[in-house]
Design a protein around this ligand. Structure first.
Ligand SMILES: [Mn+2]
Length: 398
């Protein structure tokens, strides 16, 4: 009798399995909103061990397959990977950046995720924040890959955000979107990938916001002409992680004069590289200026340059000193500490950051202690907190 029951149950299971297609393996409501940090305190139902178990998304956020089966699921802020590293000049390996950064981010919500200096819990601020996985990127053809990244980013950015904009916290007036089409678009945080990915990302940003002010943290200019950086044996070779801002400027994607680099300390082909950088529309903050004007002075320079218009934020992990973030493509000594960069990022509180990225994390060169991927994740925690505090809207006067 027991055997028969067992067999019957077995046949039912086989039958059930035969009916289930690939799309039905996960229940349709597998994504729960609002997101709950792992540790909830008090009730003791959920313990902290989930932070190091299970499948890894950024900060253990819900995984939504935004580009495929879940394309109808709206969100406010999305993390997405762009695993591209065939534009690097020195150490390759940033294709593993998205996976590495996610691994480094696992503990972000262990205690709940409240940001003390910014007085916000971005995970619990009423916004729908998701991890969309990675954009499919071919490692065999840069031109095709760059188009894939642009298309993938646009596919997310062109949607409408999940949450309505609401009212201005100061005046109580209704906020109006700052986009060209007047719609309230979500914000995308891209996990690189080498820095080349910012050319297709800025093409996507341009399609939604027009020419944009850029805040760029990096030890390098990345505005180099192809003749200076890598040469140009082919049109494809001329677009790489040292020239993408040159091309972005040539294409009119950058709002000339309101963009700024921070943490610059690269050697140059000559002083004329700075002239070329001026022409590309950037002001510069040298890494060493932190010794004289401090983080407050650097924050002031950035805010004076970008004003209160829409701004795109691009963070090269090599802006941080290799003592704190060694796992990167082109490390430069004499950089900022992780603490200093995080302080500067918190100083961007209130700016209209429309989207952001972190690039050049190449986990193969990291320490066993995951210094670099942890630094990248913590840096993005500050970016996420700033975004959560400031809605992307303006008050229309009159
Ligand atoms: Mn760079």
């Amino acid at each position: 009798m027991q055997i028969i029951s067992f067999l019957t149950l077995g046949s039912l299971l086989v039958l059930g399995h035969a009916h289930a297609g690939h799309d039905e393996q996960m229940p349709l409501d597998y994504v729960k909103f609002p997101f709950q940090p792992i540790y909830r305190g008090r009730n003791g139902e959920v313990t902290a061990d989930a932070i190091f178990s299970g499948i890894t998304t950024f900060a253990k956020l819900p995984w939504v397959q935004c580009l495929t089966r879940d394309r109808g699921t709206p969100f406010d802020i999305a993390f997405i990977g762009a695993p591209f590293d065939t534009g690097t000049s020195y150490r390759p390996g940033a294709r593993f950046g998205p996976a590495g950064i996610r691994a480094g981010s696992r503990r972000l919500t262990l205690y709940g995720g409240y940001n003390v200096p910014l007085e916000v819990n971005p995970f619990n601020a009423g916004l729908r924040i998701v991890d969309c996985g990675d954009i499919p990127v071919t490692p065999y053809d840069n031109k095709f890959a760059i188009q894939q990244i642009e298309d993938g980013h646009k596919a997310l950015l062109h949607r409408e955000a999940y949450s309505p904009l609401g009212n201005d916290s100061l005046t109580g007036e209704k906020l109006v979107p700052i986009s060209l089409d007047g719609k309230n678009h979500p914000r995308i945080i891209t996990l690189g990938g080498d820095h080349t990915i910012v050319l297709p990302l800025l093409r996507s940003i341009y399609s939604t916001y027009g020419p944009i002010s850029v805040i760029h943290f990096d030890s390098h200019l990345d505005t180099w002409k192809p003749s200076v950086f890598g040469g140009a044996p082919s049109a494809q070779a001329a677009i790489n992680h040292g020239t993408y801002f040159y091309w972005a400027s040539q294409e009119g994607l950058i709002n000339n004069g309101t963009s700024i680099h921070g943490a610059i300390r690269t050697t140059l082909s000559g002083p004329e590289d700075y002239e070329n950088d001026d022409n590309a529309g950037f002001k510069r903050i040298e890494a060493r200026e932190i010794d004289t004007i401090g983080t407050d002075g650097i924050i002031k320079k950035i805010r004076d340059t970008v004003g209160d218009g829409p701004v795109y934020l691009s963070i090269d992990i090599d802006s941080i000193d290799p003592a704190f973030a060694p796992a990167t493509g082109t490390p430069e000594t004499g950089g900022w500490s992780t603490r200093e960069l995080r302080t500067i990022l918190r100083g961007l509180d209130g700016l209209q950051i429309v989207s952001a990225d972190i690039v050049e994390v190449a986990p193969a060169y990291d320490t066993n202690a995951e210094l670099t991927t942890m630094a990248a994740a913590d840096v993005l925690f500050e970016v996420l907190s700033v975004m959560a505090k400031t809605p992307l809207g303006k008050v229309v006067v009159g």
